[in-house]
Each structure stands twice: as C-alpha cells, then as structure tokens.
Design a binder for this molecule. Structure first.
Ligand code: FAD
Length: 438
C-alpha cells in the first residue's frame, strides 16, 4: 500500500506518523512545496518576536526523524492529478503514483486586488519566507499598516509591537475580529489595542498602495543624524483608504483572509466548496482520497453543515482520523467545533461554537456581561438548555470549561436560568452538571 500526503504542515506530519504507527509495511511519501523542513506556521509570531530561531518552528527537531520512520520526504509542488490512474504531477515534471492520498495542502493568504498590492514592501505573514521578509523590513520606528484585523492579524500584532513598529490597522468590518467575536467583544479588543498605541480604523478599506520614490541621499543623512542604521532603504508607501485618507507608511502587512490550496484538484471529481468537502471519516467525494487540516471542510459538531476550522489542533485531530481510515481502520471525527483563542497584545479572548447564538424561534436565548474597566466580558448562547456558543475576554482560567460544556452538549436544566442571571457562574454549572452526569 502506497500512501501519498500532499502537504508537510501539521496535518501532513501527524498523518504520516499515524500511518506509520498503523501500518509498519506501507510506503509513505510526504510532499511539501516550500524549501524548508516541516514547520509550524503558528510559531512564526514567536520567531518575529525573537523568542525562538527558525529551528524552533520546525515540527520535528531530531535529525533524520522522517527517514528513521521510513517516511520519504519529497520537495515539490503538486500541480495536477489523474484520479483514474492514481497519479500526481509535480511542477518539475515528475510523477508520483499512489494507492491512497491525503490532501493536507493547507491554505494561502488572499491578496485583495488593489493597485500596488504586489510592491516589495507589501507582505503577507504566512510562511517562513514571509517572516524573513518582515524581519528585514520591520525595525523599530518602521511605520506599518496592517490590512485586516481578523484572527491572524490580531495574533501577529504582538510580534509587530515587540519589534517596536508604529502600527495602524485597517479593517473593513465594523469591529476587530468580526468573524469570530461579538460586536461588544470586538470593540473591547479595539479599545485595548488603542490604549497600547495602535491606531485602529474600522469600516474602511484600502483602495490603493503607491510607492513613494526613495531618496537614498536624504535617508542616509537622516540615519547619520539620528545615529540609526538598518532601516530598510526601500522607499516609503502611500496608502489611500476608501474614505480618501492617505496614510504614509514603510510596510504593509496583508492579513485579509485565506483561501484553500486546491488548484491541483481541478477536474478530478473531488468536491470543493470553501475547502475540500469530507465526511466524518475525512474521505472526499472520491474514494481513496482524504483531506485534513486547513484545506478540509468537515461536518460541524452540531449542525452537520461543513466548516473549515483553521487551527492547528483541528488539523492534527483530522489528520489522525484520516490516517487511520487510510490504513483500513475505522475512525470517525465527532464533528468540528469552532474554537478561537486569541492573545492580542496581552488581552486573551476566546470564542467557541455558535458564538453568535440561535434565533428565539429555534429555542435560542443568550446573555452578555461586560466589565469594561477590568477588560472582562462573557457572552453565553443557548439552544433550549444546551450551551451552543460562547465568547469571552479576560477569562484565562477555566475557559476550557465553556468548550467542554458546548462539546458534550450537556443539558443544563435549571442551571441555564442561573447562567442567564449570572454568566460568570459557568464553572459551578459545569461541576453540578458533570456530577449529575456521573
Ligand atoms: C502567523 C500565524 C499564526 C497562527 N497562530 C495559530 C495559533 O496560535 N493557534 C492555532 O491553532 N493556529 C494558528 N495558526 C494556524 C495554523 O498554523 C494552521 O491551522 C495550521 O498550520 C494548519 O495546518 P495544515 O497542515 O492544515 O496546513 P499548513 O500548515 O498550511 O501546511 C500545508 C502545507 O502544504 C504545502 N502545500 C501547499 N500546496 C501544496 C502543493 N500544491 N503541493 C505540495 N505541497 C503543498 C504547504 O507548503 C505547507 O507546507 C496560525 C497561522 C499563522 C499563519
């Protein structure tokens, strides 16, 4: 049996190792498009902060780890597939055949089609190559404009602040993290970062990015005058916003959403919506082809509707399930639960499940409680007496309990009314319902 895995991020690596554990004799090939050892994108902010070096981002640190497990690593980009002949074509013209295939190709950052988006001082923050470019351009005092204040945008803010840049964030939505946080929570995060010196502009888009001609002589003289060197001499930028405001900056970081890497699946019969559609065994619409991680759209825990849950723990869980099924065992994913945990310049926020709630006609009810002075907030959303979603700010302890209550679909009975009165009592509700279940 020959298993081929497209993508050597967390999903691909976990799947390759799980396959080896399940089948000592199988041939396993792990294909990665980037010229790097297998690494974790979520470590990039720590690299930019200087907490780790590049090797700290590597998923497996022992020399010869994959060879020791008889997992063949192949560097190359898959460009097309022939599912009838079970064959992949790589960009360099090589072919690879397979018996079972895992698509674990992740996603890529979207670059909105804006004039100037391809200028060298406009960067995404997704790969190790991106991190090197940002480290080179973002020095103390560099004026950075970040396009987008979603999950990735908020995560990288800490690293940018640690590099001493002057930061402006432009978000098209009406608040920060609009696709993951309630309006109140998004605005509390905004207040927090503004108090840390970040300029935040919401409800605005970037219309144009233009390079200002560099003036090396002037820059050299300025650098000599203030005794600094090392600021990238690439010339400045002018960013024009949708309301006509012009912002001068040195670097634009694009964090405006992602799209799955699925181009090579064109004309293969593998069904793709937002991501590759899979069942709860992680199998796609084509038998023998599986998908896991950021590229996969798997059934939601509650509704069964398909959902991309682009976080590393989901990638690993899905990869394990896919690998066991590829190896001929039976494994099922109970369903995807949206889990978002963010640390935005030191403010921890979370959202779980259907955080936006359910309509009253469908048995929905909810409560939110904010303590602005202490940067604490909680919102709980119920369907009948079951907690289906939650949002929190400033709760660092016991927040996993919210996830547990949602995941186990615990019937709260009269505890629901207590929580509608005092949502901060979720720990007591959990303990009481766990005891009655026991
Ligand atoms: C800056 C940043 C911070 C993050 N922070 C967090 C966090 O705090 N917590 C969290 O849970 N998640 C975080 N994430 C998200 C997390 O990194 C992803 O959910 C995770 O990497 C998904 O793993 P994956 O294996 O599915 O995809 P990826 O890690 O994207 O790996 C996919 C691999 O496939 C390769 N590939 C793509 N196309 C092809 C092709 N055609 N042929 C061959 N290979 C291909 C890619 O090069 C890549 O190596 C962060 C992401 C970023 C960018």
């Amino acid at each position: 049996m020959k298993h081929v895995i497209i993508g050597n991020g967390p999903a691909g690596v976990v799947a390759a190792e799980a396959l080896r554990k399940a089948d000592a004799a199988a041939e396993i090939v792990l294909i990665g498009a980037e010229p790097e050892p297998a690494y974790s994108r979520m470590a990039i902010p720590y690299l930019l902060e200087g907490d780790i070096d590049e090797s700290g981002t590597y998923l497996r640190k022992t020399e010869g780890h994959f060879a020791g497990l008889r997992i063949r690593e192949l560097q190359g980009r898959v460009v097309s597939m022939d599912t009838a002949q079970r064959k992949l074509l790589l960009a360099d013209g090589q072919f690879e055949t397979y018996d079972r295939l895992l698509v674990a190709s992740g996603s890529h950052p979207v670059r909105p089609s804006i004039p100037g988006i391809d200028l060298p001082q406009v960067q995404t923050c997704w790969t190790l190559a991106d991190a090197r470019a940002i480290a080179n351009l973002a020095k103390p005092g560099t004026r950075v404009l970040q396009l987008g204040a979603g999950f990735i945008g908020c995560i990288i803010m800490e690293a940018l602040a640690a590099r001493g840049v002057e930061l402006t964030v432009v978000e098209m939505g009406d608040r920060m993290v609009p696709r993951m946080m309630t309006p109140k929570a998004g605005n509390m995060i905004r207040n927090w970062v503004e108090n840390k010196g970040v300029r935040v502009l919401t409800g605005k888009g970037v219309q144009r990015i233009a390079a200002v001609a560099p003036n090396p002589g002037l820059l050299d003289r300025l650098a000599q005058a203030v005794g600094v060197g090392g600021k990238a001499d690439t010339g400045g930028l002018t960013v024009t916003l949708s309301d006509g405001e012009e912002i001068a900056c040195d670097l634009v970081i694009v964090a405006a959403g992602v799209a799955p890497n699925v181009g090579f699946l064109d004309n293969t019969g593998v069904q793709v919506a937002k991501g590759v559609l899979v069942d709860n065994r992680m199998q796609t619409s084509v038998p023998g082809i599986y998908a896991a991680g950021d590229v996969a759209e798997a059934p939601d825990l509650f509704t069964g509707a398909h959902l991309v849950a682009a976080i590393q723990p989901n990638a690993a869980d899905q990869a394990r399930v896919a690998a066991l099924n590829m190896a001929g065992r039976e494994a099922r994913l109970p369903g995807v639960l949206a889990i978002n945990v963010l640390d935005t310049l030191g403010l921890v926020s979370t959202s779980f499940g259907q955080w936006w709630g359910e309509t009253a006609q469908n048995g929905g009810s909810g409560v939110e409680l904010a303590d602005d002075a202490n940067h604490r907030y909680i919102s709980l959303q119920f369907k009948d007496d079951v907690l289906i979603g939650a949002t929190s700010i400033g709760h660092t302890e016991h927040v996993g309990v919210l996830r547990g209550l949602i995941q186990t679909r615990t019937r709260l009975g009269s505890w629901k009314d207590s929580l509608l009165q005092d949502p901060n009592g979720f720990m007591a509700a959990y303990l009481a319902s766990a005891q009655s279940a026991a």
